[in-house]
Design a protein around this ligand. Structure first.
Ligand SMILES: [Zn+2]
Ligand SMILES: [Zn+2]
Ligand SMILES: [Zn+2]
Length: 164
């Protein structure tokens, strides 16, 4: 999953990220016997347009610019589908969506979010997940869903920051 880490992958071929994600989504939907309709596919493609989280309204605007019949419920239903199948994650703090690099198995990810450029990278660190689970269970709490969003500066923005 080297394409998952734009922070480390200097200039990378982003088209490859998009192609891999769309091919993977098509294969996953075929295996699950669900339909990746043209609209769902296009919404996923728009989300994968960058490594910055994309909001529902930006998606709606893009679809309208393409003269597609797109009302907010259409977009929300497509997002719901993509989310239910693990193809996208919702970044709660930004109310926006980011493509998942490993949609095949359900997982709790942790997200590193650059506060300057918005670049977001998903980590899947089992130690963080089990540490949170352990601490919660010490208090008698059973963790069901973990949302870990870490805000900071990506390598590029750090360079700019330090140059000032
Ligand atoms: Zn990329
Ligand atoms: Zn993921
Ligand atoms: Zn940045």
């Amino acid at each position: 999953m080297d394409n998952a880490i734009p922070f480390l992958a200097e200039p990378h071929d982003h088209q490859r990220c998009i192609d891999t994600a769309l091919d993977g989504a098509a294969a996953l939907c075929a295996r699950r016997g669900v339909k990746l309709t043209a609209l769902r596919r296009r919404v996923l493609e728009l989300i994968w347009g960058s490594h910055q989280p994309t909001g529902a309204y930006a998606i709606l605007d893009a679809l309208r610019a393409e003269h597609r019949k797109a009302a907010p419920p259409t977009v929300y239903r497509a997002l719901e589908f993509l989310h239910a199948h693990g193809l996208v994650h919702r970044i709660e703090s930004l109310n926006a969506y980011i493509g998942c690099v490993q949609p095949d198995h359900p997982h709790a990810g942790q997200f590193l979010i650059c506060q300057d450029c918005g670049a977001t990278v998903e980590l899947q660190d089992e130690e963080i997940i089990s540490a949170v689970g352990r601490s919660a269970s010490r208090l008698g709490f059973r963790a069901l869903r973990q949302t870990v969003e870490i805000t900071g500066l990506c390598p590029d923005c750090r360079k700019n920051d330090e140059a000032c």
